[in-house]
Every structure is written in structure tokens, then in C-alpha cells.
Design a protein around this ligand. Structure first.
Ligand SMILES: Cc1cc2nc3c(=O)[nH]c(=O)nc-3n(C[C@H](O)[C@H](O)[C@H](O)COP(=O)(O)OP(=O)(O)OC[C@H]3O[C@@H](n4cnc5c(N)ncnc54)[C@H](O)[C@@H]3O)c2cc1C
Length: 324
């Protein structure tokens, strides 16, 4: 039976969120196809990861090799093409990340598997893969159908699917011998350089108080910071707020900023341009405050307040105080 294979992404001893997001989708697809999903784990000294992952998947396929310690597309591709040839999965899913973008095209050519990149939705119809791809910066969602094939490849956009929670399965661990021989010197991993941490990581916040150009200037920002603190969240913003130097770039939500999925996204004075909405519409609850009832943000909001933020925020602050 053709399974769904998912590539586990890890870096610096941590499994990356995209892996669990793919597990969420992988399980849905596997159920639809009456099959199971397998986590594919490549690396060195992977015992702990493998045990942890086996709690969430039907099976973990592990290849250990010193050459797989840090991501390098050359050994990764050799190992993956060997696994795909042996197991013939129906779909091999990777994140649309630096790893997936590096691997997927050449793997697709080598295996002669059709590839859909940067997908925000995947399904099968009569065994044929259909993908939804968000194109033109999120303005259009294209539904594409891939040619009939015994295997498919797809890369999935991070932040779109819910992560799969732990402890739901007890899958087995299968150790596969590494097909790599000798050292790989065509392309070498030299060093991992951590990006400097300059402030809050808005992608990890559970509550975001997000401000747009409608706040009129940097003056009210301390008020929003206080509101965010009282709610246990942090402040994010739209692009004009960054362009005008009211807040730093790391706070920007959008296609040229960060994709966020908090529990609560409070959008204040944000119109709802698609470049912004694309990156926050996966939030659990969206609350919009805007004085224009026709602002597009209301079409994605769960709750909307049509008013000047100057009238709303003091009332909100009072309510929070009462509740505390
Ligand atoms: C290539 C490209 C990439 C882009 N990337 C991004 C991106 O990553 N992120 C992003 O956000 N944008 C991005 N943009 C810009 C995007 O197109 C919009 O211009 C931007 O999102 C608008 O920001 P805004 O909603 O804060 O401002 P505006 O569109 O000016 O909206 C302000 C809103 O505030 C409301 N308002 C005004 N005063 C008040 C008040 N007192 N109380 C309540 N409401 C009030 C108004 O009714 C209005 O709806 C990008 C654009 C391009 C071309």
C-alpha cells in the first residue's frame, strides 16, 4: 500500500514546527487514502528524535550517517532517492523551507515524480494529486492537478496547517542502512551561524496586538504595548508601520514579513490588504478594530468593531482590568 512520507526537518538539535504541521496534513491525507503516514528522519545520533516521533506517526524511517548531521542537499538527495525507490510512497511531503526548496526540484527530476511547490492545500482525487497553490503574493489561489503518477512530491507552506499533537500513536522505528559511501566534498557544510536575536519572536506569541497605519503615528504605540502586556501577548504590525520606522522590521506580519498563527490576533487600524491577510488568516480568533465598515479586514475577522481605536482601547483596557 502506497504510504504518505513526510520529511522531518531538524536544526541544531530541535525538530522544526513545519514537521508537526505536515503531520497534521499527512494524517488527513493518509486517512483519505486508507493508508498510513511515515516520518522520514535523516541525521546522526537520532535515537531520541526517533522515539519522540514514533509517538505521533505510524512509522519512523531512520537513516543515520555522519554525512547527514547537518543539512546538505547532496547526501540528502542520495539517501532520499534510495528510500523513495525502495518504498515507492504515494506522496513525499517536505516543508516549503530552505530545505524543501533546495531538495524538491532535483529530487523530482531524479525520481520523475510530479512536484507541487508552496502548497496551502493537498488532496487526492482518483489517486491523482490536486494541490492549492497561493500565487501572485496571495491574490489568487490556483487549484492545480498533477499528471497521473505512481508517486508525487509536494512542498507545504509553513504556518498554514495546525500542528499534530503528541502522544496519539505508537508507531515503530525502522532503521535503514545509509547508502552513502565515502565523504562528500562537492558541497560541504562549514558552519552554522545563528541570526542575531533582536527582539520578540512574533511567530511564537499566543496573542498579538497588531497595529496598522490607522494608528496615525508612533505616539500610541506604548499604549498598545501596555495592552499587549496585560493580555500576555506582544505587539506586531503591518508593513507601513515598519516603513515609517514606528516599529522594527521583526514585528512585521505579511508576505514580506512573518507568517503568524496566534490564538488571538487583534488587528487595530489595519485595512486588510492581501499581503497582510495571507500571513495572519490562520490565527485562531481574529478581532478587527477599524473605523471603516468596508475595510477588507472584516471579511477575515471573527469579531469586528467599527469605531475609532481611540474610543475602543480605553474601554478594552478597563474591561481587562475588571477581569483581572
Ligand atoms: C510586494 C509587496 C509586499 C508587501 N508586503 C506586506 C507585508 O508583508 N505586510 C503588510 O502589512 N503589508 C505589505 N504590503 C503592503 C500592503 O499592500 C498594504 O499597503 C498594507 O498592508 C496596508 O497597511 P495598513 O493596513 O496598516 O494601512 P492602510 O491600508 O492605510 O489601512 C489603515 C486602516 O486603518 C483604518 N483607520 C484609520 N484611522 C483609524 C482609527 N483612528 N481607528 C481605527 N481604524 C482606523 C483605515 O480605515 C484603514 O482601513 C506589501 C505590498 C507590496 C506591494
Amino acid at each position: 500500500m502506497s504510504e504518505i512520507f513526510i520529511l522531518v526537518e531538524h536544526r541544531q538539535g530541535k525538530i522544526r514546527d513545519i514537521t508537526y504541521e505536515m503531520f497534521g496534513l499527512g494524517e488527513i491525507l493518509a486517512d483519505q487514502q486508507g493508508t498510513s503516514f511515515t516520518a522520514v528522519l535523516l541525521g546522526h545520533d537520532m535515537k531520541n528524535f526517533a522515539e519522540d516521533l514514533s509517538m505521533r506517526t505510524s512509522k519512523v524511517l531512520v537513516v543515520e550517517d555522519e554525512n547527514l548531521k547537518n543539512f546538505n542537499s547532496i547526501p540528502y538527495q542520495k539517501v532520499l532517492s534510495s528510500l523513495l525507490s525502495k518504498y515507492q510512497p504515494l506522496l513525499f511531503l517536505m516543508g516549503h523551507t530552505a530545505v524543501g526548496m533546495d531538495l524538491a526540484p532535483s529530487l523530482s527530476v531524479e525520481m520523475d515524480f510530479p512536484l507541487a511547490t508552496d502548497c496551502i492545500g493537498l488532496s487526492f482525487e482518483d489517486g491523482q494529486l490536486k494541490a492549492i497553490r497561493s500565487i501572485y503574493g496571495g491574490k489568487v489561489n490556483a487549484a492545480v492537478s498533477l499528471r497521473k503518477s505512481k508517486g508525487y512530491l509536494a512542498t507545504m507552506r509553513p504556518g498554514v496547517f495546525s500542528p499534530k499533537m503528541p502522544g496519539e500513536k505508537k508507531g515503530g522505528i525502522v532503521m535503514e542502512p545509509s547508502p552513502l559511501q565515502g565523504t562528500i566534498d562537492v558541497k560541504k557544510f562549514i558552519e552554522y551561524i545563528e541570526a542575531p536575536v533582536t527582539g520578540e519572536d512574533i511567530t511564537q506569541a499566543e496573542i498579538l496586538v497588531s497595529v496598522g497605519q490607522g494608528i496615525g503615528g508612533p505616539e500610541p504605540i506604548p499604549m498598545f504595548e501596555e495592552l499587549a502586556r496585560n493580555l500576555g501577548g506582544t505587539v506586531s504590525c503591518s508593513r507601513p508601520v515598519v516603513d515609517r520606522n514606528w516599529l522594527p522590521k521583526e514585528r512585521q506580519v505579511g508576505i514580506s514579513g512573518k507568517t503568524v498563527k496566534p490564538k488571538i490576533y487583534l488587528a487595530i487600524g489595519i485595512s486588510g490588504a492581501f499581503q497582510h491577510v495571507t500571513a495572519m488568516q490562520g490565527s485562531e480568533t481574529i478581532i478587527a478594530i477599524n473605523k471603516d465598515p468596508r475595510a477588507p479586514i472584516f471579511s477575515v475577522a471573527d469579531y469586528g468593531i467599527v469605531d475609532d481605536f481611540q474610543n475602543v482601547i480605553p474601554i478594552l483596557k478597563e474591561k481587562i482590568k475588571e477581569m483581572r
